[in-house]
Design a protein around this ligand. Structure first.
Ligand SMILES: Cc1cc2nc3c(=O)[nH]c(=O)nc-3n(C[C@H](O)[C@H](O)[C@H](O)COP(=O)(O)OP(=O)(O)OC[C@H]3O[C@@H](n4cnc5c(N)ncnc54)[C@H](O)[C@@H]3O)c2cc1C
Ligand code: FES
Length: 290
């Protein structure tokens, strides 16, 4: 899907936080209303917003819940200066939001395997909800089954399991993975994916995922090795402007920009990206091997 460009949404809209949910020791969900223009703003699964924390910086965040009456939420891992400041905010404090930006996940017929690695689960929550809505009401898209793989380093870092259990229905499944085996399958989400694909037929499957880029690269390779299963992968590169101006999120050698042409990429484009799963950029644009 191509992103919509509505330049009225490029200015941060200050809005008070109406609720905060502590997901675990590192992740908090912030709920607020986003109604910067007179008509409702359409946000699609996997799209992101730029969040301005007054007194600090502006950072990209996926929309984790797309609610009714302009109510949306973002789920933030405390990893650095701005996210740490966000974690100190209280209900009623204001944040600035602009967007939504980027393309989005699109539900496809058949079996859906959705993978969230760590905080990457925040970005795939809304596509899981969308897939489940299609499963309940199969008018245009028919979803047979949703298999969700939720992974983290250890059990205290797992998030959204209760919510996933509410969204998923009878023949769906939730596979929990921890690197240290403290809960569920001991090992990476990618090992679980391989196990699932090796058991069944790989036709009519689409894989949707968000997480560390190394994980995404492995997901991609596994899917390519299984008859080129279609993937929709959400790449989270370093961003500054969020809408195609600064060039910080460029993908070598394609020149595609994650903020404008992504953040969701499919097999055809991923095959062309030579630095996929290999590098990380800092804010100056300098690259480091990962
Ligand atoms: C499209 C998109 C959607 C995102 N969605 C979410 C989300 O839903 N929830 C969430 O918690 N985080 C999300 N992120 C990552 C988030 O933007 C960064 O963690 C945040 O910008 C860090 O800001 P900071 O000032 O706290 O940390 P900094 O002090 O700037 O950095 C702390 C550490 O995080 C790394 N980092 C900074 N920015 C990014 C980035 N864009 N991607 C990966 N690593 C980064 C730095 O290299 C450093 O190691 C998303 C990123 C993108 C590009
Ligand atoms: S963040 Fe500036 S071009 Fe993508």
């Amino acid at each position: 899907m191509k992103p919509p460009y509505d330049y009225r949404l490029n200015k941060p809209f200050l809005t008070p936080i109406i609720d905060i949910i502590k997901e675990n020791n590192r992740i908090k969900t912030f709920i607020f209303e986003y109604n910067p223009i007179s008509e409702p703003v359409k946000i699609n699964p996997g799209q992101f917003v730029m969040v301005w924390v007054p007194g600090s910086d502006e950072i990209p965040m996926s929309v984790s819940h797309i609610g009714k009456n302009s109510k949306i939420s973002i789920s933030v891992a405390d990893v650095g200066e701005t996210t740490h400041l966000m974690h100190q905010l209280k209900i009623g404090d204001k944040i600035g939001i602009r967007g939504p930006y980027g393309n989005w996940f699109t539900s496809q017929n058949g079996t859906a395997i959705v993978i969230g690695g760590g905080i990457g689960m925040a970005s795939v929550l809304s596509i899981i909800q969308d897939l489940s809505n299609h499963k309940n009401d199969p008018i245009d898209i028919k979803i047979d089954k949703i298999i969700c793989i939720n992974g983290a380093k250890t059990k205290s870092e797992l998030c959204f399991n209760k919510e996933l259990q509410k969204i998923l229905k009878e023949n769906d499944s939730l596979e929990i993975c921890t690197d240290d085996g403290s809960r569920g399958f001991k090992g990476f989400t990618t090992e679980k994916l391989k196990e699932i694909l090796n058991k069944g037929k790989s036709n009519s499957i689409t894989v949707y995922a968000c997480g560390p880029e190394k994980m995404l690269k492995t997901v991609f390779q596994i899917c390519e090795d299984h008859n080129k299963i279609p993937v929709q992968l959400n790449l989270e590169r370093m961003m500054r402007c969020g809408f195609g101006i600064c060039g910080l999120c460029a993908l070598d050698p394609t020149g595609l920009l994650v903020c404008r042409d992504g953040p969701i990429f499919t097999n055809e484009i991923l095959r062309e990206i030579t630095d996929f799963g290999k590098i990380h950029r800092d804010f100056s644009g300098k690259t480091y091997l990962i």
